[in-house]
Design a protein around this ligand. Structure first.
Ligand code: CA
Length: 172
């Protein structure tokens, strides 16, 4: 369609309507190119990380404070991982174990920074699923971020602790 438009514009006198039409087609093409780029980025994440139902997870190479970890995931087009059910918990736990055979703890996209004791996801939305470890959360106002233990359980922790983290990417 686009090249037909270019040809018409080049061979005939280019009227405004044809220009508008061409601009619409170019805009559409750009949107398609960007969508394709996003798809390729997602595919690369899924290949390097692991795929779950409608999500891909990618583990960090190093450790960061919660806020920096959160920003890094957003910059990559995702969010910190938020396991929404036991299947996702199992996938995350297995992926964590395979990636870090010695065991490791990972920041999740869960915190109670705004309202003490009211844990929400990184978008501030209420959670339907929790997987707290025994006697957790227990950090009160001092611990407002949540990590995922080697066993897949949730523990509240001081947000300025450096930890590995896992970003999640939704598959459209
Ligand atoms: Ca707290």
């Amino acid at each position: 369609m686009l090249w037909t438009g270019v040809f018409l514009c080049a061979s005939l006198s280019c009227k405004n309507t044809e220009k508008d039409d061409l601009k619409t087609q170019i805009d559409k093409l750009w949107r398609e190119v960007n969508a394709l780029k996003e798809m390729q980025a997602l595919q690369s994440v899924c290949l390097r990380g692991t795929k779950a139902h409608k999500k891909c997870y990618l583990i960090s190479e190093g450790t960061k404070h919660f806020h920096e970890a959160n920003e890094d995931c957003i910059a990559k087009g995702g969010t910190l991982a938020i396991p929404r059910n036991s299947d996702e918990t199992n996938t995350l736990r297995d992926y964590g174990k395979n990636s870090m055979p010695g065991g490791s703890e990972f920041w999740l996209g869960v915190n109670d920074m705004v309202n003490e004791g009211k844990f929400v996801d990184v978008n501030g939305m209420a959670l339907q699923y929790f997987n707290w470890d025994q006697a957790q959360p227990n950090g009160g106002k001092r611990e407002n971020c949540v990590f995922f233990s080697t066993q897949g359980k949730w523990v509240d922790e001081v947000c300025r602790t450096a930890k590995r983290y896992i970003c999640e990417f939704l598959i459209p």
